[in-house]
Design a protein around this ligand. Structure first.
Ligand code: SF4
Length: 268
């Protein structure tokens, strides 16, 4: 079955990085002036040669955003349903081996949170869970959607990657969008940071947006966790992924997030 993996496998990480670093000032100027930009233009804009043009890019980006959205900003509220997790991710506080109190909200607790979020005026919500099939599997998420769907205009989830049939079932129960971040597109580095649990399966995660597209989801959110590997290469592969998805599942809408790792701030 065709998926992004086929496209992805035709690229090499080091060659991609080298290609980004070889971009010149004239590549950057061409990319800035092009009315329609391709992936080579994107490489130029994230290359070291583009550093003096950050302000130009910011102005261009602002103009495009204004043209597309005007002054409208859409806000949503996250709601954490559970911090149970069966994965080990080296950078996450919810990681399975961390000795922390674990909680999963009951129906009554979910509705209490909903009442509070609604009282603050939010109409869009993001449901977040760790990846624990037994406690927060498809049935739990389906139940949460059924509980809250009448309260919100749209509901997004950021939970464990699922099979196509599961997504279809959740869409039938009011699911609007799914956020699924690849974390890093560098296979070996991915393995290092996700040594245990379902998330250690790089390809299953990589193909999640394909399963969502096939299930007919309204919107998919992509992203890489900047700080795990070279941010330029991870940005490029995120763009490549987006381009593939837009072409393949053209009815679906897309968003890109920029989660990033920051050095811990230690209390003094
Ligand atoms: S799967 Fe998600 S919640 Fe679980 S440890 Fe990894 S990043 Fe944290």
């Amino acid at each position: 079955m065709s998926s992004f993996t086929n496209t992805f496998n035709t690229y090499n990480w080091d060659d991609t990085l080298q290609s980004i670093f070889s971009k010149t000032e004239s590549d950057v100027l061409r990319a800035l002036s092009n009315s329609k930009r391709n992936l080579e233009d994107f490489k130029a804009l994230i290359s070291p040669a583009a550093k003096p043009y950050l302000e130009d890019m910011a102005q261009l980006s602002r103009a495009l955003t204004k043209k597309r959205f005007g002054n409208t900003i859409q806000m949503y509220s996250p709601m954490y349903l559970s911090n149970e997790c069966q994965n080990i991710c080296t950078y996450c506080g919810f990681s399975m081996t961390n000795k922390i109190p674990r909680r999963t909200l009951t129906d009554a607790e979910i509705l209490k949170e909903v009442a509070y979020i609604k009282s603050k005026g939010y109409d869009h919500i993001l449901l977040v869970t760790g990846e624990a099939n037994k406690t927060v599997g498809v049935e739990y998420i389906k139940n949460a959607l059924q509980l809250i769907r009448s309260h919100f205009s749209n509901i997004t989830i950021e939970v464990q990657p699922l099979d196509q049939k599961d997504y279809e079932e959740l869409i039938d129960n009011g699911l609007f969008a799914v956020l699924v971040y690849q974390e890093t597109y560098h296979r070996d580095e991915y393995k290092k940071h996700h040594p245990k649990g379902k998330k250690s399966n790089f390809n299953y995660r990589l193909e999640t947006p394909d399963r969502l597209g096939k299930a007919g989801i309204h919107k998919i959110g992509l992203g890489a966790l900047f700080g795990l590997e070279d941010w330029r290469a991870d940005s490029f592969f995120t763009a490549l992924h987006l381009k593939y998805l837009q072409k393949t599942y053209w009815k679906t809408k897309y968003s890109i997030s920029f989660p990033r790792l920051r050095p811990p701030i230690l209390a003094v």
